[in-house]
Design a protein around this ligand. Structure first.
Ligand SMILES: Cc1ncc(C[n+]2csc(CCOP(=O)(O)OP(=O)(O)O)c2C)c(N)n1
Ligand code: SF4
Ligand SMILES: [Mg+2]
Length: 272
């Protein structure tokens, strides 16, 4: 199927800021394919981000976009969705933005189950600011702030989202580019808070410090660690050691927040 990328790109905003080999552009193309597949109307679609290299993504997409404050995408997006529940609301941001400064907003958006889709680009690092460690940097790995190895265990974003109450959680990688649009499409179609974590690469601030010789080597690592959930069912715990599950990890029906809030307004006598 041919996709209409140009329809959703703001040509005046190019060239983009991303380094050669950065995975964020791959995710952006996946998001555009999902928007095209679902025939999303630009005026009825809002993409909201915080701050970071990942959060720069909505600037290049032609629809209603908000580039907000670091870690606050979920708060702004919640405001948009509450004011205009008929809009498609998509959040985009990095692991630092979403799980450090924005961690509280992230877990409470999951808990509320508001009908929005959060695409979180996990490159294991604060890319934009020069490579400080994030809550997703694996133990022992190097960052500008952990030159002797990170002592902290990293968050599993998907498990965090499931634990906090997100009703749809999926994971893909920048290597498996053809899967990204399918996961995002299913997430947007899901009624409730949907989270799509994309394991991504930052060759500039993470790859170099952690002795990856090339972008290809970083991409090959994503290829090697990823195991589709269906394939994992036939594997032993030993075989799954060090692997990361990909695909739709969690999908349940739960009351949606805007609808529940409308009932509260109704009980209180309606909008007068
Ligand atoms: C309140 C506030 N604190 C800190 C910063 C500096 N800052 C900008 S982006 C960023 C980290 C971004 O990391 P991530 O969200 O993982 O995105 P990436 O750049 O890796 O794609 C930080 C700490 C800021 N802009 N605002
Ligand atoms: S610093 Fe890292 S995350 Fe930012 S654009 Fe460059 S490669 Fe991508
Ligand atoms: Mg990051």
């Amino acid at each position: 199927m041919a996709f209409d990328y140009e329809k959703f790109i703001r040509p005046g905003k190019l060239p983009h800021i991303w380094c050669p080999g950065c995975g964020h552009g791959i995710v952006m193309k996946g998001l555009i394919r999902a928007m095209d597949t679902l025939n999303l109307v630009k005026e009825e679609t809002a993409i909201v981000s915080g701050i970071g290299c990942a959060s720069r993504l909505p600037g290049y997409i032609d629809c209603c976009t908000l580039h907000t404050a670091h870690g606050r995408a979920a708060a702004f997006a919640t405001g948009v969705k509450m004011a205009k529940p008929e809009m498609n609301v998509i959040l985009v941001g990095g692991d630092g933005d979403g799980t450090a400064i924005g961690g509280n907003h992230f877990i409470h958006a999951c808990r509320r189950n508001i009908n929005m889709t959060y695409i979180i680009l996990n490159n294991y690092i604060y890319g934009m600011t020069g490579g400080q460690f994030s809550p997703c940097t694996p133990t022992g790995h190097k960052a500008s702030t952990t030159p002797y190895g990170n002592p902290d265990p990293g968050f599993d974003i998907a498990k965090l989202a499931i634990g906090a109450g997100a009703s749809f959680v999926a994971r893909g990688t920048a290597f498996h580019a053809n899967q990204i649009d399918k996961l995002i499409t299913e997430a947007i179609q899901h009624k409730g808070f949907s989270v799509v974590e994309i394991l991504d690469d930052c060759p500039t601030t993470y790859g170099r410090r952690n002795k990856y010789k090339s972008v290809i080597e970083m991409m090959n690592r994503l290829k090697e660690v990823a195991v589709p959930v269906k394939a994992a069912e036939k594997m032993t715990a030993e075989q799954l050691q060090g692997k990361v599950l990909t695909g739709v990890l969690h999908k349940v029906e739960r009351p949606e927040y805007c609808e529940e809030y409308a009932k509260v307004i109704e009980r209180a006598g309606g909008n007068k």
